[in-house]
Design a binder for this molecule. Structure first.
Ligand code: TRP
Length: 333
């Protein structure tokens, strides 16, 4: 009954493992903002996932707080959404442990992200890196989320989450809502400026634009963006991946359509187009950067936001966790 009356619920998170980029903004946070009225949303800073590869403690702390300030500066309203830090809600770890006992070694071995990351960090393949998708399943299932906005690279993890939920429900009767990956139509996939064949990544400083980059850095990076040996500003992902990526960025930043953008730059070379994209991004990011900077100077406010977020999250998480504990045979506390 309660399920029918309530708005659909959304859960998503970003790891504070690097500074937020234009890719995180255009591909994720911008959509989160658009969803906040229609859905009941929880947006998390998943610091427990971040430590699956080694982090510098001071950087991790700084980035988690900056990420919260940036969520707010991008327009996420802390009244409408539950904004919180994963490690502040211990129920994630508790449910994660339980779900790990309902997940097969073989299933986790098949996760492509694990295969990629363990190949990259050969000297530090931790159990945490291996069980990462179980913690992610706990994130989602604790809140009975209906929809999980994620990039295509996370779809496999959401599918595993569904499998775990279904298995648990089958064993103990309906407990978890089965979540669906939600890949928004508008979600722009932003590629690296230096290598437009791969996704813009926070670990590639020259190919990515950080939300907090100064205008001159943004302009420099766009002027150096890799293009091709032709001259026409045309969208053609196959043959002109660099220009196509810049067009996507330009259109997302300005709200123009591809046709409008192509017409605007018809007959003009890349020397005109690239700085124009840079300027559009500078103008788009300026209010975000200024607001985030203002918020970061107000630690007391940020603290009040994450404390209240954690409280609201814990209230919801506890409902699910205690149900699960009872069903599997733990004695009530
Ligand atoms: N694994 C996600 C990523 O790297 C982050 C994440 C953790 C997440 N928990 C989540 C995303 C739950 C959606 C829902 O992008």
């Amino acid at each position: 009954m309660e399920n029918q009356a309530r708005k659909k619920r959304i859960f998503s998170g970003i790891q504070p493992s690097g500074d937020l980029t234009l890719g995180s903004y255009m591909g994720a946070i911008k959509n989160w903002v658009a969803l906040q009225d229609e859905y009941e949303c929880l947006y998390c800073i998943v610091d427990m996932h971040a430590i699956t590869v080694r982090q510098n403690p001071a950087d991790l702390r700084r980035r988690a707080l900056e990420q919260l300030a940036q969520y707010l500066a991008c327009g996420l309203d802390p009244q409408k959404n539950v904004l919180f830090i994963q490690s502040h809600v211990p129920q994630h770890a508790e449910l994660g442990w339980i779900l790990g006992c309902y997940t097969q070694f073989g299933e986790l071995s098949r996760m492509t992200q694990f295969k990629d990351k363990s190949a990259k960090h050969k000297d530090n393949i931790t159990a945490g890196l291996f069980t990462y998708p179980v913690l992610m399943a706990a994130d989602i299932l604790l809140y009975q989320a209906d929809l999980v906005p994620v990039g295509a690279d996370q779809k496999q993890h959401v599918e595993l989450c569904r499998d775990i939920a279904q298995r648990f429900n089958g064993l103990y009767s309906d407990t978890f809502t089965l979540p669906e990956p939600f890949i928004p139509k508008m979600g722009a996939r932003i590629m690296s400026l230096g290598n437009p064949e791969s996704k813009m990544s926070k670990s590639d400083p020259d190919g990515c634009i950080y939300l907090m980059d100064k205008p001159e850095d943004v302009m420099r990076k766009f002027k150096r963006a890799v293009t091709d040996s032709e001259t026409s500003v045309k969208f053609d992902k196959e043959n002109k991946p660099g220009i196509s990526n810049l067009l996507t960025i330009y259109c997302t930043a300005t709200g123009k359509t591809l046709e409008e953008a192509e017409a605007e730059f018809a007959g003009q070379g890349y020397g005109v187009f690239k700085p124009a994209v840079g300027e559009a991004v500078v103008e788009l990011m300026r209010p975000v950067r200024e607001e985030a900077t203002r918020l970061l100077a107000d630690k007391a406010y940020l603290e009040s936001v994450y404390r209240e977020g954690a409280q609201r999250a814990q209230y919801l998480a506890n409902k699910t966790l205690s149900k699960v504990q009872r069903k599997i045979g733990f004695i009530a506390r």
